[in-house]
Design a protein around this ligand. Sequence first.
Ligand SMILES: [Zn+2]
Ligand SMILES: [Zn+2]
Length: 284
Amino acid sequence: MQRAEGRSSLVAPLQKVVGGFFAVFFPSDCRLCETPLVTLSRLPVCPECLDSLERIRFPQCVLCGERLVAAQLLVGDGQCHACRDYPPEFERAVSYGEYAAGLRDLVHLLKYDGLLPAGGPLGELLAQSIADLRLPLDDASLLIVPVPLHSSKRRERRFNQSELIARAAMRHLPAGFELAPHVLVRHRETHSQVGLDREARIQNMRGAFRVIDAERIAGRTVIVVDDVMTTGTTVSECARVLKRAGAATVFAATVARTLKAPVTQDCGNSLQGEQVEALELASV
Ligand SMILES: [Zn+2]
Ligand SMILES: [Zn+2]
């Protein structure tokens, strides 16, 4: 007992020395806030930045999670204009946080810098947003389906960020969820969505996905997952083809979501800076 304690009391300072050694000789700053990191980690992001990733804390559309402006709160059905004009194909969409600040930076680290360990914390956040759906686990038939990339895009990026995040989320979800990354394929590349109104975006997405394993989804509750949701047309199109192929109900969950600026009164088609940027960086 004493010997074990003695050993661990030696190991801890040794780790500190070795960690400090690397921090000195291979200095690295937090990729989000640029504070020098004191320990080596596969993910060069400081704990403070990871702890500061905030949930969405204002009134949201009950269907798609868009921010509701004051005028919409008075209408009473809790839906945004877009959902009322073009009802989404999914039952409900949830997101952990706003696609801004640290959360956006963390998504970028994964997606554009190829820093795969960023998938870990993002998966944990995705699991928390899936929990918000409060789906009953009794029938044990909840399928998690990541939004697929077109094969050429996947080759170029070498990984599908949605699948990577979904795999990480599985470690935080209770039994009863099943990952099904190969039931849906993206067989058509989609054009940039920038500048398109909602109707055009829906048309642009139409026919981009195909179910290749209908047996797997027949009668099941499916949760389509993605890293970022902008207008929801991508996950809505996934929901449409999944339902047509036999899924009973389809929900959507993403790590982050672009939100209209709080001052926006026009809830129709105008895009705010964040959304334009998100569309430019399209999650495809
Ligand atoms: Zn930091
Ligand atoms: Zn909505």
